[in-house]
Ligand binder design. Structure first.
Ligand code: HEM
Ligand code: HEM
Length: 180
């Protein structure tokens, strides 16, 4: 049985970013919907933007790590059906693309929105990268919301696949041990 694991820096990055992104999804849903009128809503936006910018910085480091360790990434089991193999590669690629689109659209939305409270990274004021324009802001808001919901759905499918391979397939197909 192939016992190779993902290199340690990739494992640490995977779990750190998972925590941050799942936290941002929950916080985003709360602040923009159910707790939008709460007195502390502004504080929630402050935390959301700070951790959102952190996710944006980390995804670039993560892509560099993936490139650096590309030769040590464990292979999928050789007897894995072609369709499952394609689904795994396609799903992982889509997760990487969404990890870029979600925070970039969030940054551009806050940059262009006239009534935005600004973007801060844990207290450090960051610049708007585009001029204020509410029509553009509406567009970036739509991209942010749709891509954030899509990454949420993709993460649920990703976890369902991990559970299937761990509990319903043979031990060689258990993908979780590669990431622990
Ligand atoms: C991986 C990173 C991020 C994730 C997963 C994420 C997720 C979300 C989610 C789920 C919502 C709620 C959508 C809704 O129901 O309306 C939201 C809203 C929002 N996000 Fe993010 N976000 C991220 C990064 C960012 C960044 C970097 C910024 C800005 C610097 C940002 C600014 C906002 C703002 C201003 C809203 C409120 C939009 C509205 O009023 O409808 N987000 N985000
Ligand atoms: C925001 C949440 C998450 C994101 C964005 C994410 C993203 C990814 C990506 C892109 C890969 C492919 C790594 C590569 O080959 O470069 C991966 C692999 C993996 N993830 Fe996640 N993940 C998340 C949460 C989780 C959770 C909660 C679990 C545990 C149930 C998990 C378990 C795994 C496992 C076991 C692998 C290895 C798959 C394999 O090589 O066969 N992930 N993840």
């Amino acid at each position: 049985m192939d016992t190779a694991k993902y290199p340690k820096p990739m494992r640490i990055m995977h779990w750190s970013m998972s925590l941050i992104i799942i936290g941002l999804l929950i916080l985003g849903l709360l602040m923009a919907n159910w707790l939008a009128d709460a007195s502390y809503a502004g504080k929630m936006y402050w935390w959301h933007k700070s951790f959102g910018v952190l996710a944006l910085l980390l995804i670039f480091v993560r892509l560099c790590l993936r490139w650096q360790y590309r030769a040590q990434i464990p292979q999928l089991p050789i007897d894995m059906p072609a369709l499952e193999r394609k689904a795994a590669h396609g799903g992982h690629t889509l997760l990487y693309v969404l990890m870029l689109i979600v925070p970039i659209s969030g940054y551009l939305m806050s940059s262009t929105y006239t009534a935005s409270s600004g973007i801060t990274f844990f207290g450090l004021a960051l610049p708007d990268v585009l001029p204020k324009n509410d029509v553009q802001a509406q567009f970036f808001t739509a991209v942010h919301v749709i891509s954030a919901y899509t990454i949420g759905i993709m993460v649920l499918l990703h976890v369902a696949a991990v559970i299937k391979h761990r509990f319903f397939d043979s031990p060689e197909h258990d993908s979780l041990r590669k990431m622990l």
